[in-house]
Design a protein around this ligand. Structure first.
Ligand code: ADP
Length: 473
């Protein structure tokens, strides 16, 4: 753990495993309540001086951390592949994406503009400024174990906040490697703190109830996000929540089905489907569905599953047995209710002790609303395809979910693209675009997919309070 500028070892530790091989790859400190309090108190003490630094000083440290991250890109990516399982190429991309947040918020720190507001009274002046909210408690997930750290930490410290971060218990080594970078970059003691703990509950409770923590930022599942928001609400703490999704992808018949299948097979199997923006319902207009399925099927048949350190692997392991059970349960339920299994549908390397939790990339056709996969987030390598007939119908089907994170549309018609953009109740909409994410663009969901936005100008505002000054002259 890293508290108040010092690395802390503990006698109590927990083990970290490689999900591709089941090998133990390390152990990390298991925090107790006193460690959590110490980290929060250190962050609170540091806040007094850190919040008084200039944006230029804060930016200089973020630039430094950005440079160190790029210099260690390969090392970080290899660690990520070992700890989380994604193929090395995907891990390299994630390190780049993660570094982008340090750079973006180093720049954005300098643009925390205020404003003056005309008063109705001749002898009164108003001005408005932004101030950092204070100590931030951050909880990050295992699926993007480096970029989710920088997406929270960079805007928090750019705004002048201090932070205590708890990474997912499956991926604490990536977090340690990042905090080595922050240490080397020279952040003053207490500005950035890392707590590792196998049981996340006491950390969540401390962040939501401790009087010195002013804001909780969380990325993870919707049930945990609701629980933490409720707890934080009781203490009136600010929250940012990036939660689950059930992304629709809509392919209209004015589009080349082969081109759409290429894009959707790439985004669906990214990170082995373990992404909150992964398409979970692929709606294809009925008259182009067979060529679409044929192309998807060919592409999926060529995907190779295995250890992400090996060349040519594009399907890594799922994170644990529970993930396998969930995916297999949804696929079996769909097949039992009449879905057509066109690829996959089975666990891979089952019974091989030195292989982790692999599930074959799977294509399901004829999926219907009564199947679990139509409503439940999958978080695995399964592409469910559903036919539709017209635009109005598919818009209603796409919006028929309590989630609202990402949606994808394939169409060549400008007017239809605009209608879909306006009609879809999702926070991120990719139109003929499978990669609508960037440090410069606001990421976040509507409905039960979350509260607030990360990245972009909005990402900085999440860590700022508005202060009004009124002066009689
Ligand atoms: P996932 O299904 O992606 O693992 P979780 O929401 O369980 O999603 O985990 C995301 C993050 O939330 C992890 O860092 C995990 O340790 C943490 N977490 C899980 N349960 C709780 C909880 N009750 N309180 C605080 N943090 C939690």
């Amino acid at each position: 753990m890293y508290i108040n500028g010092e690395w802390i070892n503990k006698d109590n530790t927990f083990a970290v495993f490689n999900p591709a091989t089941n090998e133990q790859i390390g152990t990390v400190a298991d925090a107790d309540d006193a460690d959590i309090s110490a980290a929060i108190e250190a962050a609170n003490t540091a806040f007094a001086s850190w919040s008084a630094t200039t944006a230029y000083e804060r930016a200089a440290l973020l630039y430094k951390a950005h440079g160190l991250m790029l210099a260690r890109k390969r090392e970080l990516a290899e660690l990520m592949t070992r700890e989380q399982g994604k193929p090395l190429k995907a891990a390299l991309n994630e390190v780049g994406y993660g570094a982008d947040f340090l750079l973006w918020f180093a720049e954005e720190a300098k643009r925390m503009y205020g404003e003056t507001i005309p008063s109705a009274r001749a002898n009164q002046r108003f001005w408005v400024r932004q101030h950092p909210v204070g100590v931030v408690g951050a909880i990050t997930p295992w699926n993007y174990p480096i970029s989710m750290i920088t997406r929270k930490l960079a805007p928090a410290v750019a705004a002048g906040c201090t932070i205590v971060l708890k990474p997912a218990e499956a991926t604490p080594l990536c977090a340690q490697a990042m905090f080595e970078i922050f240490h080397e970059a020279g952040f003053p003691p207490g500005v950035v703190n890392l707590i590792t703990k196998q049981d996340p509950k006491p950390v969540g409770e401390a962040f939501c109830t401790h009087p010195l923590v002013k804001k909780i930022t969380f990325t993870g599942s919707t049930p945990v996000g609701k629980y933490l928001s409720g707890l934080a609400g009781g203490h009136l703490k600010r929250v940012s929540m990036e939660l689950g999704g059930h992304a629709p992808a809509i392919v209209f018949n004015d589009m080349d089905p082969v081109h759409a299948a290429k894009g959707l097979s790439l985004v669906k199997f990214l990170n082995t489907g373990q992404a909150c923006i992964s398409p979970n319902r692929i709606f294809v207009q009925r008259d182009i569905i067979e060529p679409f399925l044929a192309e998807m099927s060919n592409r999926i048949a060529r995907l190779k599953a295995g250890n992400g350190m090996e060349e040519g692997i594009s399907i890594g392991p799922l994170i644990n047995q529970a993930a396998i059970d969930k995916v297999a349960g949804q696929v079996d339920d769909a097949v039992a209710k009449g879905a057509r299994l066109m690829q996959g549908g089975e666990r891979l390397f089952a019974g091989e002790a030195d292989r982790g939790h692999f599930y074959a990339p799977t294509l399901l056709a004829d999926v219907t609303p009564d199947m679990r996969i139509y409503r439940e987030e999958t978080f695995g390598p399964v592409a469910p395809v559903i036919p539709f007939d017209d635009e109005e119908e598919v818009l209603a089907m796409a919006n028929d979910t309590h989630y609202g994170l990402a949606a994808y549309v394939y169409t060549e018609k400008l007017s239809r693209a605009i209608r879909m953009f306006e009609g879809l109740r999702f926070g991120i909409i990719g139109i003929n675009d499978i990669n609508p994410t960037s440090a410069a663009a606001p990421f976040g969901g509507m409905n039960e997919s979350g509260l607030g936005r990360e990245g972009a100008r909005e990402g900085l505002l999440e860590y700022l309070e508005t202060k009004l000054g009124g002066v009689a002259v």
